[in-house]
Design a protein around this ligand. Structure first.
Ligand SMILES: Cc1ncc(COP(=O)(O)O)c(C=O)c1O
Length: 393
């Protein structure tokens, strides 16, 4: 059944799972078979050579994994989708299959730490020309894209300072020079933002975060133009960064409640950001839903909700952060984000741990910053928790 015309909350539940091909099961089962058997050699050959649909070997394709790929394809309004063992598997496969020696990529300084590491170390090693622009400087980005590039890579809102980049504006310039536009939509999720509708060619997700939603499975998803997705898939099926059926099942299960969770996290995060903004012990709050946020106007245009993540700095620097965080009760002090539980930590030990102090400084990430990923707990309890920890400083 085609779920393209249903609302996202409905598609998140039904897409990829509607065909009761497994003895009437109403949920796509976990198919842990590595290989798929054929009695008819001609049919086997047709499937193996891509002339007929079917499954051969789980490094290439798997029924549980395909159900998940179909869910993200529908939610992002894409022609095609594929998957990876982790979000970084998705990002590195995309960049390494679409770029090569002599190619030029333009991106922003504020990408996720692992992605930054690809731009700062690994891609230059393979003679890719990387230009990282100041994230909020759209003029600089336009001029660098205009000089000619093969790929424009964006992430918005950014990790961890929640900067906002205008996807439509930059995709328009990228189209003029024939560049492929890739957007990491992990923070927003397809519920809050659809980059393909704003001119992107490909959207990549760490499915480990909000899509899974429970911090109990890892995965990466890529969707967009069929020709490009297929190119990345061809590379992934050989380098082997494939998603396992068990993880695909957990992520697809999490995605069924995506709309409920995102609505709750959007509302709670805005309430908490306003509370922190007004607090005397807090020096800065970065949340695109605040009208004082420099990217608020763009976020209003391109997002339907502002997301569940914010970051803030305390007066008193890193010493105060070390005092404050352990005093919170309703939070895991841990890496990652987008779970049903609230998670918090300094980028120095979480998202940007791979980078040196100098690299983090270059990216404008203050030592005293705390990233706070709002869970689905009752917001009054979260506010009380923050309030008492801040009052005790
Ligand atoms: C925005 C963003 N993209 C990509 C990733 C990488 O995802 P994974 O940890 O699933 O490899 C992360 C991880 O935190 C992230 O925050």
């Amino acid at each position: 059944m085609d779920f393209t015309h249903y609302k996202k909350g409905t598609a998140a539940v039904w897409a990829g799972e509607s065909d009761r091909t497994f003895e009437g099961a109403t949920t796509t089962p976990i198919v842990n078979s590595v290989t798929f058997a054929y009695d008819d050699l001609d049919r086997w050959y047709e499937v193996a050579t891509g002339k007929a649909d079917g499954f051969i070997y789980s490094r290439n394709n798997n029924p549980t994994v395909r159900a998940l790929e179909e869910k993200i394809r529908i939610l992002e309004g894409a022609e095609a989708a594929t998957s990876f063992a982790t979000g970084m598997g998705g990002i590195s496969n995309t960049l390494f299959s679409l770029l090569g020696p002599g190619k030029r990529v333009v991106s922003i300084k504020d990408t996720y730490g692992g992605t930054s590491k690809l731009f700062l170390e690994f891609l230059p090693h393979y003679k890719v020309d990387v230009k990282l622009c100041n994230t909020s400087d759209h003029e600089e980005l336009e001029s660098e894209i205009g000089r000619g590039c093969d790929l424009l890579y964006l992430e918005t809102p950014t990790n961890p300072t929640l900067k906002i980049v205008d996807i439509k504006r930059l995709a328009t310039v990228a189209k003029k020079v024939g560049a492929i536009v890739v957007v990491d939509n992990t923070f927003a999720t397809p519920l809050n933002q659809n980059p393909l509708k704003l001119g992107a060619d490909l959207v990549v997700h760490s499915a480990t975060k909000f899509l899974c939603g429970h911090s109990d499975a890892m995965g990466g998803l890529l969707c967009g133009k069929k020709e490009l997705v297929e190119k990345v898939f061809r590379f992934r099926e050989i380098n082997g960064a494939s998603l396992q059926a068990d993880a695909a099942y957990m992520i697809a299960r999490g995605m069924k409640t995506l709309e409920l969770r995102i609505e709750r996290q959007n509302t709670s995060a805005l309430t908490i950001a306003k509370f922190l903004k007004a607090h005397n012990n807090v020096s800065d709050v970065f949340y695109p839903g605040l009208t004082t946020h420099p990217g608020h106007a763009i976020a209003r245009e391109q997002m339907s909700g502002f997301g569940g993540i914010m970051s803030f700095s305390l007066l008193g620097g890193y010493e105060k952060v070390k005092e404050f965080l352990p005093r919170l009760n309703l939070v895991h002090l841990a890496a990652s984000l987008g779970s049903v539980n609230t998670l918090a930590g300094p980028p120095k030990t979480t998202s940007h741990v791979e980078l040196s102090d100098t690299q983090r400084n270059l990216l404008g990430i203050p030592e005293s910053l705390i990233r706070y990923s709002v869970g689905i707990e009752n917001v009054e309890d979260l506010l009380n928790d923050l309030d008492s920890a801040l009052a005790s400083l």
